[in-house]
Design a protein around this ligand. Structure first.
Ligand code: GAP
Length: 443
């Protein structure tokens, strides 16, 4: 029976294929692999680091660069308990843990439906609340006064800097503060490759609005965020918006909707968009004694803004883009694997390929490479036959291959091959940057 929830045209073993491709081609490696691997932590290899950076850059461009109402921030990862006490994370950021009385395995109670996935037993210990924050000590003393936490979300950095940003930028609501960076959660059941890990990257924006305008800005950000994914080539039929039921809402939220992606195991969250009300600013104002509010000089009104928060995972989103891009098709009767990544996300936008290893081609090929490098992330490959090199570039999603052949020495033109159609056209070397730029702009 075909799985009605499976993405259209996806191979049955899509997840295994993408994980294998990630390792084979240098997107993602198991961390500390030479020591047997450290569970649930991953290192991003030469191609993965480019793809992840492109995802984060595309987010930053849409959320900060192209807007005059959002500014950026890069706050500390280490933070004192006071922050997490006020935010509610010390008391609320917990999962219910149970131990199987038969096999002694430990599980998240809300994920197993009353049956031990290991041995099938239904006998468990009482549930205990397990806090997901990583605790450490700052400085040489390991006493209570030295306790610090690795942030479990980037969001609190924006709230505790609200007054700093307001004063230094002179923004007024509606305005946002955006941040991209690592967060850490001691997940009990990390799973599905980089979908849920203990160390991951988030892309979050806190948008401060007059309270009465919160519902309309919530709807606005749902639309904006959904479109961000489709603009970057994610098929709309593999995305959906899911509104949370009242009993699902976090302790701070008046409304939440998730952008979900159709993963091989079904629909799951890429991003949450929440109306956090004035919960965070009020909590930090009360705990710190600082005024965290906005004074509107024109109207003489003083108020605590509400917050609309689009909160996405960068590493999880990168994985979704890889899954959506993975295709197997046939070219000239030969099977190929192709990553149909949007050119802005592809690890390399261009590969420069001298047709042969003969030394006569190298100087022009290197000249072409040097002319492209200021504009695009480029690969340069002289190994194997040209057909094999095309396949290698298809497999990592490079949208354009530029081949320098013996005719190029006479006519100063090169062949540009397009990844998805495999169409080839001759382009003068002098017009190459402009041609590829135009293609990039059209994508
Ligand atoms: N500030 C709100 C917040 O952090 P969240 O839904 O817990 O909300 C936002 O996290 C996004 O961060 C999620 O939609 C997901 O993409 C990503 N994320 C959360 N936990 C993660 C984990 N353990 N591994 C990878 N990504 C994670």
């Amino acid at each position: 029976m075909p799985d009605p929830e499976a993405p259209p045209d996806a191979p049955d073993d899509l997840m295994e294929k993408v994980i294998s491709l990630c390792k084979r081609r240098g997107f993602i490696f198991q961390s500390a692999e030479i020591y047997g691997g450290f569970r649930s932590t991953y290192d991003y290899g030469p191609l993965g680091v480019n793809l992840l950076r492109n995802v984060k850059n595309a987010w930053w461009e849409a959320m900060v660069q192209r807007r005059d109402d959002v500014v950026g921030l890069d706050a500390a990862i280490l933070s004192p308990p006071a922050v997490w006490e006020a935010s509610g994370h010390l008391s609320n950021f917990t999962d219910p843990l149970v131990d199987c009385r038969n096999c002694r395995q430990r599980w998240r109670q809300d994920k197993i439906g009353g049956v031990c996935p290991n041995c099938g037993s239904t006998e468990f210990t009482e549930a205990r609340a397990f806090n997901l924050m990583f605790k450490t000590h700052a400085g040489p003393l390991e006493d209570e006064g030295a306790v610090a936490y690795l942030r479990p979300e980037t969001a609190q950095g924006m709230f505790i800097n609200f007054a700093n940003v307001l004063q230094t930028t002179r923004k007024k609501p509606p305005f946002g503060i955006a941040q991209v960076g690592k967060s850490f959660r001691n997940e009990i059941t990390p799973q599905n490759f980089v979908f849920r890990t203990r160390e991951f990257e988030q892309m979050e924006m806190e948008y401060f609005v007059p309270p009465a305008e919160a519902p309309q800005w919530f709807d606005y950000w749902l639309d904006e965020r959904f479109r961000w994914y489709t603009d970057l080539g994610m098929p709309a039929e593999q995305l959906r918006l899911r509104h949370h039921a009242p009993d699902e809402l976090s302790h701070y939220s008046a409304a939440t909707a998730d952008v979900e992606f159709l993963f091989p195991w079904g629909w799951d969250e890429l991003e949450g968009i929440a109306n956090r009300t004035d919960f965070d600013l009020r909590a930090h104002a009360e705990a710190s004694g600082e005024r965290l509010e906005y004074f509107d000089q024109a109207s003489g009104e003083r108020y605590v803004p509400y917050v609309i928060e689009p909160a996405a995972g960068a590493t999880r989103t990168m994985m979704a883009f890889l899954l959506a891009a993975y295709h197997e098709d046939e070219v000239g009767g030969e099977a190929r694997t192709v990553l149909r990544l949007h050119p802005r996300l592809a690890p390399y936008q261009v590969a420069v390929l001298p047709l042969s290893k003969k030394e006569t081609l190298e100087p022009l090929a290197r000249q072409v490479l040097a002319s492209l490098q200021p504009h695009f992330m480029c690969d340069f490959d002289v190994t194997q036959s040209i057909g094999k090199r095309y396949r290698r570039q298809d497999e990592v999603g490079t949208p354009w291959c530029v081949t320098v052949d013996f005719d190029s020495l006479d006519d100063r033109a090169v062949t540009v091959r397009e990844r998805d159609t495999t169409e080839q056209v001759r382009v003068p070397v002098d017009g190459l940057v402009a041609e590829l730029r135009a293609r990039m702009d059209r994508a």
